[in-house]
Design a protein around this ligand. Sequence first.
Ligand SMILES: C[S@@+](CC[C@H](N)C(=O)[O-])C[C@H]1O[C@@H](n2cnc3c(N)ncnc32)[C@H](O)[C@@H]1O
Length: 213
Amino acid sequence: MIKLVSEVVDQYCERHTQAPEALFEELRQETLATMRSPQMQVGAVEGQFLRMLCGLVGARRVIELGMFTGYSALMMAAALPSDGELITCDIDPKAEAVAKRYFAKSPHGAKIKVRMGPALQTLASLQAPFDLAFIDADKTNYPAYFQAIVPLMRPGGLIVADNVLWSGAVADPGVTDEETQALRAYAAQALADPRVESVMLSVRDGMLLSRKK
Ligand SMILES: C[S@@+](CC[C@H](N)C(=O)[O-])C[C@H]1O[C@@H](n2cnc3c(N)ncnc32)[C@H](O)[C@@H]1O
């Protein structure tokens, strides 16, 4: 992932963001040392932002697509009340093993329910309402994830899609690979959909926030 802001600015943002608990740094280090593509992890700034968004919408039920080693799931779970629920899914058993160890170590881990299997299957099995959805799984399915998630959200609920700038590729008409096209389609679809209002932010690799009306 190419950073959209300079390393210096990125570090400045991180220094001026609430530092997460030590467990998150432990998880970050283990992910860096043991996983392929560790940069998939959202990191401290986006993680804290997700946690704040959960707090702002008063989230009690959250759905996440793309758990990986559990960093974003744990961040959001930390903002939920003790009887809150975060359902997260993935297809990678190696990531699942790491995530579950960290969920077990955290006071918030008991709020997290892991569903292994393709995200579209998990979505088809869920009952509304959700307060917040975080889409961070395979990019080609983003448009289908949006269609499956909108009916599950309560009015005022927030759909957050990650990596919508794809290192800036989406804004370069010369880039036409499948993932970039899917991310462009996602953004266009969200903007045109009368059921939501959307704002795109250049946080990290781009976040698209769509609030259900
Ligand atoms: C960008 S990473 C998620 C990072 C995570 N949110 C974090 O902050 O640590 C994307 C994850 O989506 C998973 N994934 C890919 N295709 C999937 C699918 N069809 N259904 C569910 N998960 C999928 C991958 O195995 C990978 O762990």
